[in-house]
Design a protein around this ligand. Structure first.
Ligand SMILES: [Fe+2]
Length: 304
């Protein structure tokens, strides 16, 4: 590899992750502890039940079936699939996030990160995509993209975790850069044409097994992908900032910088802090064209 920017990214990745966890020089895949992954699944189910409302039991088949039936009537699901927390679901949302960060804290890489973009989201991906949902102000997740095009840090590492449903057939595809990669492409103002990206990227043959967390460098191009037989799936995505920087200048939009939180604090949701999501169903916060998170919340410290 002769591209110094990529070399720098690869070298940093080697310092953050164990060699046996690298499925690509810029992608790690790590199995979460089984009982902690079960906690995340259970708290996701409880959150989704609370989103559906009274009368829905925390039963996997029933929640999935009710969610599919309610698709067009769900007011708090964004076009990209974020299941937004509201006043009536704040409690279950906090429990879900706590189970997620507690599972991450058990892994060796956790201490190598300083911040994460918050709040993390449980996202639904329906079996098929609606044409109208592809028309996004920046890009749709179904298009090949870098997360930094949404204003997130160009030095970030994206964490993806399939949680419930058809995580095998309704998944994310990853693309590997070659030496013609240009660091400036990570900034949306220098977004190249898709044909230029296709010349410099090739698809990686990797499907994460259930219960495995996937961690990818910002320079890994990716997109939501559904096989024809795909069914509904739910997953969590969150972007972390490593303590170890890169040689390049970090690009992060102002609104996204304000969303950074210490992940250690989030392991103590319920004892040291809380998210109070202060909107009712149907109330939607303006994300200013995808520049800020659409969750309206107050982050409350419970320490005196
Ligand atoms: Fe993405």
């Amino acid at each position: 590899m002769k591209n110094t920017d990529l070399e720098n990214r690869v070298s940093r990745f080697k310092k953050i992750f164990n060699k046996e966890d690298l499925v690509h020089p810029l992608i790690a895949s790590i199995k979460l502890k089984s009982h902690l992954f079960e906690d995340i699944k259970n708290s996701s189910l409880a959150y989704l039940s609370s989103v559906l409302g009274e009368g829905t039991k925390n039963n996997f088949d029933q929640v999935i079936s009710n969610f599919q039936q309610a698709e067009s009537g769900l007011k708090n699901v964004t076009p990209t699939g974020m299941v937004l927390p509201k006043i009536n679901t704040s409690l279950e949302y906090n429990l879900l996030l706590r189970s997620y960060y507690k599972a991450l804290r058990e892994e060796y890489f956790f201490e190598k990160f300083s911040f994460c973009h918050t709040p993390a989201h449980l996202r639904v991906k329906w079996p098929t995509v609606k044409y109208a949902d592809l028309n996004r102000p920046r890009h749709a997740p179904e298009e090949m993209h870098f997360d930094s095009w949404s204003g997130y840090s160009s030095h970030g590492v994206t964490l993806l975790l399939g949680v419930l449903g058809d995580v095998e057939n309704n998944r994310v595809n990853f693309y590997s850069p070659n030496d013609h990669f240009q660091e400036k492409w990570l900034i949306k103002e220098h977004k190249p044409q898709e044909k230029e990206l296709l010349r410099c990227y090739s698809q990686i043959d990797f499907i994460p097994p259930e219960g495995y967390l996937v961690l990818l460098d910002t320079a890994v191009l990716h997109q939501t992908y559904r096989e024809q037989k795909a069914d509904i799936r739910f997953s969590i995505d969150n972007i972390f900032i490593p303590k170890l920087g890169l040689d390049s200048v970090e690009n992060i939009e102002y609104g996204r910088r304000l969303e950074l939180t210490d992940p250690n604090l989030l392991c103590n949701l319920g004892s040291e802090c809380l998210y109070f999501c202060d909107q009712n169903e149907g109330q939607i916060k303006d994300s200013r064209g995808g520049s800020i998170d659409p969750t309206s919340f107050k982050f409350i410290s419970l320490k005196g």
